[in-house]
Design a binder for this molecule. Structure first.
Ligand code: MG
Ligand code: MG
Length: 254
């Protein structure tokens, strides 16, 4: 298989930004609906309508047979949860992952939301995972290597007493949802593929409160923690710049 890393020109970056900003707006819309009693199927229907109303296509729907427009992963579910009749309950955390294709370009972003009041551990897990993403993103500049992103995420998370998931990784993104290179959440500084200006990557720490090991449920999709403890996931689509990162999946982007 060809291992091609694509460098995008200005117009292509703006096309990816348009898709990624629709992802960000969708997440914002869903965030205002997250509350006890809401089903994840309702969130999925809202997301699909919102994405289509704004000229996009939900990229996850039908991807390798995935049946929905969002992934909704509750508590010990790490990623790839299938929306359904389960109602969110006070104290849950729910990771919502959204992908959009628009005009042939892809955006991908995720946020884990607290449902009502959550435990101190859940609050800290969300803070640490969000900060791990910020630290990974900060390394997305030309001349660095993928290992600089990976190490920034891993060293921060482990320093806070949590664990990074190793069997699932971030990825290049652009004309396809998943492109080269892989962007692991663990690694060694100054190792791995060189980052170049114009590269676009999805950086997505998945952080477990307990052990790093995960397993897939019999539905073939839902990834859960092996010890049943909480997991959180945050993700941004980011263009690697000469001077630093350009977060494309942000509503306040230019
Ligand atoms: Mg995603
Ligand atoms: Mg992704």
């Amino acid at each position: 298989m060809a291992r091609t890393v694509f460098l995008r020109g200005k117009e292509e970056i703006e096309a990816i930004r348009a898709a990624a900003m629709l992802v960000a707006r969708t997440l914002g819309r869903l965030g205002s609906e997250v509350r006890p009693g809401v089903t994840t199927a309702t969130l999925d229907q809202l997301a699909e309508a919102f994405i289509r109303d704004h000229g996009g296509r939900p990229a996850f729907k039908g991807y390798r047979g995935f049946p929905a427009s969002i992934c909704a992963s509750i508590n010990d579910e790490v990623v790839h949860g299938i929306p359904g009749p389960r109602r969110l309950a006070e104290g849950d955390i729910v990771g919502i992952d959204v992908g959009v294709e628009m005009d042939g370009f892809y955006g991908d972003s995720a946020i884990t939301f607290p449902v009502g009041r959550v435990s101190d551990e859940a609050t800290r897990l969300l803070q640490v995972t969000r900060e791990a993403l910020a630290r990974g993103v900060a390394q997305a500049k030309a001349g660095n290597r993928v290992g600089d992103i990976s190490h920034a995420v891993q060293s921060y998370v482990e320093g806070q007493g949590f664990a990074v998931v190793r069997s699932l990784v971030g990825h290049g993104i652009g004309r396809q949802m998943h492109e080269e290179p892989q962007v692991p959440n663990y690694g060694t500084p100054e190792r791995g593929p060189r980052l170049m200006a114009g590269q676009v990557v999805a950086i997505e720490p998945m952080v477990n409160a307990g052990v790093p090991e995960v397993m897939t449920q019999p539905d073939g999709w839902t990834v859960v923690t092996k010890d049943g403890r909480l997991s959180a996931h945050f993700e941004h689509t980011v263009a690697v710049g000469q001077e630093g990162p350009d977060i494309l999946s942000r509503v306040d982007a230019p």
